[in-house]
Design a protein around this ligand. Structure first.
Ligand code: ASP
Length: 319
């Protein structure tokens, strides 16, 4: 079977950083496909691709994650194995260099799916995962800029996000990262990692560590990973919605289009989807102006990277 990987660098507004974003998704797809070519699993491939993007500060995941309203970082990540639906996720992570590795440890070494905060970081210590300070100057400046708009410390991202976005569209440079893969054995996996939206409230957990919202993989169906405003993906259980549509026979493209349209029409919220269906067809669909993504397969391993996938039901034209 032809192994495939699709990665994205986040739905939103990408301006001058887009070339760095494209180089980043290319490097991530290349890492993933190398694993698939050597006969590695889809699970190993998505984890490796995400780690490459977590280490690249251009993305809002791992190093360079967005800051909360308090100027701190709280990262979320999730991973799912389509072979047996095993899944692992972490939330509110502050110091672990690669949250996706910790998500995989939750999946493989505990009986749980989601661990959050200090207790999750203790698990990282037990397994000797490297630590890092993920805060960058760029994210500090972005937070200051957004804060200057007169929003106060008690701003609720969820209730006031529309207002916040109107005044400060730069908050929509989400740049979360995600990956889906199909290996030569026909196994699927999905993964996602994020710092969440700039100026989120401390304690807020997004869709990326929530199975069925930010990611889903099932060997009987395919795999999907979502980006955009996490609250939208959570309310619509968007990744599972894509997989359910594929289960009913829709292609990866049609299932992703339906999910993104639903996000636009029902909630007027930003969303992006990458997916692979059972027959290996891939899709990349979003309702934001940009979503750098890349794909590669074991026969033609040189990744193809693009600044956009298919744009449907655009919710906001300009930043
Ligand atoms: N979905 C992520 C979150 O809201 C952000 C993103 O996809 O860029 O946490």
């Amino acid at each position: 079977m032809l192994g495939k990987i699709v990665v994205h660098g986040g739905a939103g507004f990408w301006k001058k950083e887009i070339s760095r974003g494209l180089a980043g998704v290319t490097a991530a797809a290349s890492e993933g496909v190398d694993i698939l070519r050597r006969g590695g699993s889809a699970l190993d491939a998505v984890e490796a691709s995400i780690m490459v993007m977590e280490d690249n500060p251009v993305f809002n995941a791992g190093k360079g994650s967005s800051l909360t309203v308090a100027g701190t970082i709280e990262m979320d990540a999730g991973i799912m194995d389509g072979r047996d639906l095993s899944a692992g996720a972490v939330a509110l992570i502050r110091r672990v260099r690669n949250p996706i590795r910790l998500a995989r440890i939750v999946m493989e070494k505990t009986d749980h799916v989601l661990l959050a905060g200090d207790r999750a970081e203790e698990l990282a210590k037990i397994f000797s995962l490297p630590e890092a300070n993920p805060i960058t100057q760029h994210r500090r400046r972005l937070l200051m800029k957004v804060k200057k708009g007169g929003t106060d410390e008690r701003v609720s991202w969820v209730r006031k996000n529309r207002e916040l976005i109107e005044g400060h569209p730069e908050t929509l440079r989400f740049d979360t990262v995600g990956a889906v893969a199909l290996d030569k054995e026909g196994n699927f996996a999905a993964a996602a990692s994020t710092g969440g939206p700039t100026m989120k409230l401390p304690g807020r957990i997004g869709d990326s560590p929530q199975i069925g919202s930010g990611l889903y993989a099932d060997n009987q169906v395919g795999a999907a990973t979502v980006t955009g405003l996490g609250e939208v993906a959570i309310k619509l259980a968007l990744s599972k919605a894509v997989c359910s549509q594929m289960e009913m026979g829709l292609t990866a493209r049609m299932a992703a289009i339906r999910a993104v349209r639903l996000a636009s029409n029902r909630l007027k919220g930003e969303a992006g989807v990458i997916a692979i269906d059972k027959t290996g067809r891939i899709s990349s669909v979003h309702n934001t102006p940009c979503m750098p993504w890349a794909t590669s397969n074991t026969r033609a391993p040189k990744p193809k990277a693009r600044p956009n996938g298919e744009i449907v039901a655009l919710v906001r034209k300009t930043a």
